[in-house]
Design a protein around this ligand. Structure first.
Ligand code: FAD
Length: 470
């Protein structure tokens, strides 16, 4: 039958499209149902790619603003940001990548069925709009992802009170921007729009910025943001936000219980994302849900045989980070399991967390506080980028690398860095954790000079009280 498949994947985000490609590589007949006009999901259309493209623009602007220091003459005028060109370049990057996935689908003979999918019974998927039809599948993989959510009492109007979906398309730089939430999305937009010229205030309910990171990283980011003119209100709760034609009137409760009034052109709500399952028919089919998420086991099996789920839409025992690379790793694993390969569960303690604000953050494993809570006899070593030749050359001297080690076996438990290239440097740390490396092994690993990676080696030396350049 033309519309009968080994695997039908619902959703072509970084979870779904990767699962489809891997399944096709393993010889399975695969279709993907995707309702957007392009492939790639949140990551490519509204998330990782467009935000990081904007951050590259912000970085380029920073270098140009400091042209004199670099010995570059740019004439009398003041450098300015041209949002038209910024969006044109960002969109070109996004389109190139989404078209790339279309190419990969063709190469791997994967059918892209355009429309919205609904689970219609055992092994059946109904495409309810677009290319309407009923598909038969031996295996179904749900990869419908997530969408932005607000908090009670704060209503998104998509014009003045917006989410990251709108922030990515802002045609003009707002004079003032208040950001609710200092997770990765919040602090990345803070870096982008501060560099573009906005007055930026971040309001965070928890006592520190980027609350999932090591405390030292949070403190360093707040210090660096302050230097850049970004105001951080931590331990503060937004209690009211009223949008008007002129802007947004915001009320927030500060840690001392007082009410602070702030007005801004735009309020960006970056308080997290919720699962996309509306209209999917998952519950009707008997799939176990938890707080709206699809519950899966460590092999991504739902409670209904032959239906799996991966990515932002799932919940699993233990923390499940909503990250593109996590969804892709799950996509590979689920495809291999369906194809009959022997697979091992993913280790969520080895997931790198990357935040591309300025300065960048890269981390993996236990924070110092977590290691102590878990009863380890902890040894910590840290090394500042400011001492490093390579960082001085780049003019990027804020931040440090911090390594958390178990004193008993010298095993590396966690690596936390903030500073230049941290989102790249963290890859070494992920491998170190995966291979259960000791600090000694990191020390004996020769790091090239002059590179940013020397900060990792020096931080490892520091865990033994023996950093060379400090
Ligand atoms: C601003 C922002 C920046 C981010 N930056 C990063 C980053 O730098 N690094 C990182 O790792 N992660 C980042 N993320 C998170 C990352 O984008 C997500 O974790 C990732 O996209 C999840 O992939 P997914 O495949 O699970 O879901 P999604 O990417 O959300 O894809 C789901 C797809 O399913 C489709 N769909 C939903 N329901 C149906 C249906 N019924 N029928 C057909 N199609 C359907 C949707 O249209 C969508 O295309 C960012 C997110 C945001 C919002």
């Amino acid at each position: 039958m033309a519309n009968a498949y080994d695997v039908v994947v619902i959703g072509a985000g970084t979870g779904g499209y990767v699962a489809a490609i891997r399944a096709a590589q393993l010889g399975l007949k695969v279709a993907v149902v995707e309702k957007q006009k392009s492939l790639g999901g949140t990551c490519l259309i509204w998330g990782c790619i467009p935000t990081k493209a904007l951050l590259e623009h912000a970085h380029a602007f920073k270098v140009i603003q400091n042209a004199k220091e670099w010995g570059v003459t740019i004439g009398a005028g003041t450098p300015a940001i041209d949002m038209g060109q910024v969006h044109a370049r960002k969109d070109k990057v996004v389109t190139g990548l989404t078209k790339g996935i279309e190419f990969l689908f063709k190469k791997n003979k994967i059918d892209w069925i355009k429309g919205t999918a609904r689970l219609a019974g055992k092994g059946q998927i109904e495409v309810v709009d677009g290319e309407k039809q009923t598909l038969q599948a031996k295996e179904i993989v749900i990869a419908t992802g997530s969408s932005p959510r607000s908090v009670p009492g704060i209503e998104i109007d998509h014009t003045r009170i917006i989410t990251s979906d709108e922030a990515i398309h802002l045609k003009a730089v707002p004079k003032s921007l208040v950001i609710m939430g200092s997770g990765a999305v919040g602090v990345e937009f803070a870096s982008i729009f501060r560099r573009f010229g906005s007055e930026v205030t971040i309001i965070e309910l928890m006592p520190r910025l980027v609350p999932v990171e090591d405390e030292a990283v949070s403190a360093e980011l707040e210090k660096s943001f302050k230097k850049q003119g970004i105001t951080s209100l931590t331990g503060t709760r937004v209690t009211k936000a009223v949008a008007s034609a002129k802007g947004v009137a915001i009320e927030a409760q500060t840690p001392d219980g007082k009410t602070q009034k702030i007005s801004a052109d735009i309020l960006l709500v970056a308080t997290g994302r919720g699962p996309v399952t509306a209209g999917l028919g998952a519950e009707a089919l008997g799939i176990t849900m938890e707080k709206g998420y699809i519950k899966v086991d460590t092999m991504y099996r739902t409670s209904v045989p032959n239906i799996s789920a991966i990515g932002d839409v799932i919940t699993i025992d233990g923390p499940h980070p909503q990250l593109a690379h996590v969804s892709s790793a799950e996509g590979v694993l689920v495809a291999e399991r369906i194809a009959g390969k022997t697979v091992q569960p993913l280790n969520y303690r080895h997931v790198p967390g990357c935040t591309y604000c300025d300065p960048e953050i890269g981390s993996v494993g236990l924070t110092e506080a977590q290691a102590r809570q878990q009863g380890y006899d902890v040894q910590v070593g840290a090394f500042p980028f400011g001492v490093l030749g390579r960082a001085k050359m780049a003019g990027e001297t804020d931040g440090f690398v911090k390594i958390v080690v178990d004193k008993k076996y010298d095993e590396v438990l966690g690596v936390h860095m903030i500073g230049p290239r941290s989102t790249e440097l963290v890859a070494e740390a992920v491998l170190a954790l995966r291979l259960e490396c000791t600090a000694e092994e990191l020390i004996r690993t020769i790091h090239a000079h002059p590179t940013f990676s020397e900060a990792v080696a020096e931080a490892a030396h520091a865990t033994h009280g023996a950093a060379i350049h400090m």
